[in-house]
Design a protein around this ligand. Structure first.
Ligand code: SF4
Length: 355
């Protein structure tokens, strides 16, 4: 039975092999729990709401996101513990200032479950806890001095695992020093623990707007009746919701899976914003899809769904190179007079240079 209180859900999360008696584990899943060789690993934790969305089969797209396998201990040569090189851009604790006009705040290292593909696994689920009032005040001083910053991304971990009081403190402190700043709140809570989105939380977020909520649905099966209800409440209260999926092998690396997800999101008034190529986080190679395959999927999606439903396929370049779109190249050639393009049906079109 699903308990409705989000705190109860978290309290009774499954955290070890003995909590998985109702699942028939595969050898690779069991081997993860028995392996003793690695000290620094992403913990296992899933709440009963999210695990109840899964079927008891190894290839279930929900199960693959919460149940670890021994593959997480395979670290390839190209993988990094800090794949985006964020540590090099931290002027004050918990703040990353990588791009001129944007900063990222690591609010907490806790999540409502630990996604097995998490690229921030070197920070997530360790012992950093929640951002303290002193750390927050150092962040606010930095933002007061750095007027070139127009946007702050609240991330983690998952910011919405913090108490209402802490979330209000973070938002009101930021608003007090920078009423002009756009706030982006990155959270998987609508997907993995929707009962956390209470009326009080919605009030706190909308009172401190504009706040853009950016979530991560990776599969249509992650959208329950409850999810639809809380997304509707967020949007009805003036909180725009965007979705950033991750392209994951065995979860959503097919045209029908992504088409169904993106169209459903649009019907829920959630804009599919990005589809991310998997980052080179340690122990995640079993989830990564080759870029050519991702481009092929996007090319087919472009023929089947509208621009509104189509996200940008992008990669965050390893080592701090930034985000770039992995768009297909439609330009064939150019001469003194014209550009020549091929459209999605493969036909050639001309656009003049002199306009
Ligand atoms: S919710 Fe986000 S930060 Fe937390 S484990 Fe999942 S992907 Fe990582």
């Amino acid at each position: 039975m699903i308990e409705n209180s989000w705190r109860e859900q978290l309290k009774h999360s499954r955290k070890s092999l003995k909590d998985l008696n109702d699942f028939t584990l595969t050898e690779t899943e069991s081997a993860f729990f028995k392996y003793e060789g690695a000290e620094d690993k992403l913990p296992f934790m899933v709440n009963s709401y999210y695990s109840s969305l899964a079927e008891n089969t190894p290839d279930d797209p929900i199960r693959r996101q919460f149940l670890p396998t021994i593959d997480e201990y395979t670290v390839t040569d190209c993988e990094l513990s800090d794949p985006l090189g964020e540590k090099h851009y931290s002027p004050v604790p918990r703040l990353i200032h990588r791009y001129r006009d944007r900063v990222l705040l690591l609010t907490t290292d806790s999540c409502a479950m630990y996604c097995r593909h998490c690229f921030r696994r070197s920070f997530t689920g360790h012992d950093d806890g929640v951002v303290s009032s002193d750390e927050l005040s150092a962040v606010c001083s930095y933002l007061e001095e750095h007027r070139e910053v127009n946007e702050i991304l609240l991330s983690g971990g998952d910011p919405l695992t913090c108490s209402d009081r802490k979330i209000e403190e973070i938002l009101t402190s930021l608003r007090a020093v920078r009423p002009d700043i756009a706030i982006r709140l990155a959270t998987r809570i609508p997907v993995v623990l929707p009962m956390r989105i209470t009326e009080n939380l919605i009030r706190i977020i909308s009172d401190n707007g504009p706040v853009w909520l950016v979530t991560q649905f990776n599969h249509r099966k992650e959208i329950s009746v409850l999810t639809e209800k809380i997304i509707a409440s967020l949007v009805d209260n003036g909180i725009p919701v965007l979705n950033q999926s991750v392209l994951l092998k065995g979860v959503n690396d097919s045209v029908p899976a992504l088409e169904e997800l993106f169209q459903k999101l649009v019907r829920m008034r959630v804009k599919p914003y990005y589809l991310f190529q998997g980052d080179l986080a340690s122990g995640t190679s079993h989830f990564r899809v080759p870029i050519e395959r991702g481009q092929e999927i996007m090319s087919q999606l472009r023929q089947r769904i509208s621009g509104l439903a189509l996200p940008v396929y992008a990669v965050d370049l390893p080592g701090g190179g930034g985000k770039i779109p992995l768009t297909e190249n439609y330009a064939i050639r150019q001469d003194e007079k014209n550009y020549y393009f091929r459209n999605i049906e493969g036909q050639e079109y001309i656009y003049p240079r002199e306009i």
